[in-house]
Design a protein around this ligand. Structure first.
Ligand SMILES: O=C(O)c1ccc(O)c(O)c1
Ligand SMILES: [Mg+2]
Length: 575
């Protein structure tokens, strides 16, 4: 299907928007009125600019507060419309979006609304223009898509159809199955937006928190499938009002919008996602020499060195960490995913426009497919062949059994993009975002996991006030955190993060826990089903710290309750 996007969805001036939208590969645009009004170019110049860029102008919008008004108001509204029609002719746009009236002047009278919209459609037709009537979720009388359709049907004019907007339909909890009763040729336009579940006024929700398909919780694939069954032949058009997108790079946002539509189309056409990774093959850390000692203290042993690169393999149980000593400060730079089909996974990533990383691998080395995640972290799709480059010496038994999860910190404006990447490219299932209090702001955090929880990831962003919070971490699974903590307290007391006594006073007030946790600095969480989670943190080294965790009883979280304590300690220590 053709792909369009409303200019309101990306940042910049109208020309910057058009350039970014064209660069991302869209076929057309919805021109948002404010963007045109504020643009120094004439409508003819905008038309030419769009044409040069290969973009059609699919819709002009919005025209507000038109229908179901007293006669004196109608005269003014028709006059307004006539001006818009003339301007649209200059712009080369032949579809006008009219959104349902929100004004107190509107009356609850479908016959009147239909009669006036019919008049509008007649006038529009004289200019070769068609009118698409959309129910805003907060429309004064018309706020359901089937109500807007009833009015359109009543008006019965070939130049009047309806515009469906997934946000208005799904935010109200309407069942999109009713779409299938609308003839496809009367659906003049389809706007798509997803949104996170938020308990708030629907207008504020719509104007600030819409996001691209797949970034929220709406079932857009189901809705679009219903629209397609009607025979609708127009574009899939993104219309996203989002406070972050308004500030972020237009090029990045437009490209991510395109990715979301490609993924949506893939899900509709039955393109199956290659199997999600079964686990972490490795996590790779940049290191200037400080991390080897930490890993050794945690029970890891260096088992190999890459045949041609300054990269060391450290192992313990099934946890494999690579230390890349090319000189950058400690940071998580790459993740290896155990992939059942590395080539298929890389091809799928490429189909979703993920930047494929050049293979700078020598002839005899394992061919690793890699793409860049939004924050630049390299994601490798691996089978077992990669290990041979390190000629590892053999298993390293120890308390640590595997990588439990990794937590990456995103630049603040990449959060939704990252969520989409890990969901669509890696096939991880996202959970709801959490906002965690930090002494200097809020940390937004989203956890994602693969089938059987073989891969767990957390992406965090610093929200207000903290700036780009730099910490990332690798969490290591073990079967007995208390034993690990005892040993580390004894042998490497400076390695462990000190936890405030107040935390334990509160914990002990809530439930009976082993008093030794306080002495050891082990944090504790428990879910409703009695699953338990024990956590032990190291101090940070550069941007990195390690966590040792123990899950019992099916505990599936990440100790969110304890994160604010850890963040406060990290801030207090200045790292
Ligand atoms: O928020 C609004 O006013 C608005 C305007 C036009 C639309 O298509 C829409 O979905 C919302
Ligand atoms: Mg809309």
């Amino acid at each position: 299907m053709r792909k369009s996007i409303a200019t309101v969805s990306v940042s910049g001036t109208l020309t910057e928007k058009l350039e970014a939208i064209a660069a991302a590969g869209f076929d057309g645009v919805e021109i948002f009125e404010n963007d045109l009004l504020a643009c120094p170019l004439s409508p003819e110049e905008v038309r030419a600019r769009a044409a040069d860029l290969g973009l059609t102008i699919d819709l002009y919008q919005p025209f507000r507060d038109f229908e179901a008004v007293p006669p004196d108001v109608l005269a003014g509204n028709l006059r307004r419309a006539e001006h818009k029609f003339l301007m649209m002719e200059r712009l080369g746009a032949d579809l006008l979006l009219v959104c349902s009236n929100v004004s107190p002047a509107a009356v609850a009278d479908d016959e009147l609304a239909a009669e006036q919209l019919r008049l509008l459609a007649e006038r529009a037709a004289e200019h070769g223009i068609r009118v698409a009537y959309e129910a805003l979720a907060w429309g004064r009388h018309v706020n359901e898509y089937l109500h807007a359709w009833r009015v359109v049907r009543l008006a019965d004019h070939p130049s009047l159809g309806t515009c469906l907007d997934s946000f208005h339909i799904l935010s109200r909890g309407s069942d999109p199955i009713g779409i299938e009763a609308i003839p496809g040729e009367k659906i003049f336009f389809l706007q798509l937006a997803d949104a996170p579940q938020l308990a708030m006024d629907v207008l504020q929700w719509s104007r600030h928190y819409r996001c691209f398909p797949g970034q929220g919780t709406f079932d857009l694939a189901g809705l679009v499938a219903s629209v397609r069954r009607t025979g609708y032949a127009g574009p899939l058009s993104l219309e996203v009002f989002n406070d972050v997108f308004r500030q972020a790079s237009a090029k990045r946002t437009a490209l991510d919008g395109m990715r979301s539509l490609i993924a949506l189309e893939q899900s509709l056409t039955g393109v199956t996602h290659p199997a999600a990774p079964a686990g972490f093959a490795f996590a790779e850390l940049a290191d200037t020499g400080a991390l080897g000692g930490v890993l050794a203290a945690l029970g890891f042993a260096r088992t190999g060195t890459h045949s041609t690169k300054p990269v060391e393999l450290w192992e313990q149980g099934d946890a494999r960490l690579l230390l890349n000593t090319t000189g950058a400060d400690p940071a998580l730079i790459a993740l290896g995913m155990d992939s059942p089909d590395p080539a298929g996974a890389a091809k799928h990533a490429e189909s979703l426009l993920s930047p494929v990383l050049p293979r700078e691998r020598a002839y005899e080395e394992a061919e690793l497919e890699a793409v860049a995640a939004p924050d630049g972290t390299e994601i490798f799709f691996c089978d077992d062949a990669w290990l041979t480059d390190f000629a590892p010496t053999g298993p390293v038994p120890g308390a640590v059994t595997a990588i439990d999860h990794v937590a990456l910190t995103q630049p603040w404006h990449y959060f939704d993009e990252a969520a989409l990447f890990y969901r669509n490219v890696l096939g991880l299932q996202p959970q709801e975002s959490l906002d965690l209090p930090d002494p200097y702001g809020l940390l937004r955090s989203k956890a994602m996991s693969g089938p059987d929880s073989g891969v767990r990831m957390v992406v965090n962003i610093a929200q207000v006030g903290v700036g780009n919070l730099p910490w990332q971490h690798v969490a290591l699974a073990c079967d007995d955190v208390v034993a690990v903590a005892r040993r580390l307290r004894r042998e490497h007391p400076g390695l462990l993060m000190p936890i405030p006594g107040n935390y334990y006073d509160d914990l002990e007030a809530r439930q009976e826990v082993d008093p030794e946790l306080r002495h050891l600095g082990v944090l504790y969480d428990r879910d409703e089903r009695g699953g338990e989670f024990l956590q032990l943190y190291t101090v940070t080294v550069g941007r990195v710290f390690f966590e040792i965790v123990q899950r019992t009883g099916g505990y599936d979280g990440y100790g969110a309750r304890n994160a604010p304590i850890r963040l406060a300690v990290q801030h207090a220590r200045g790292h």
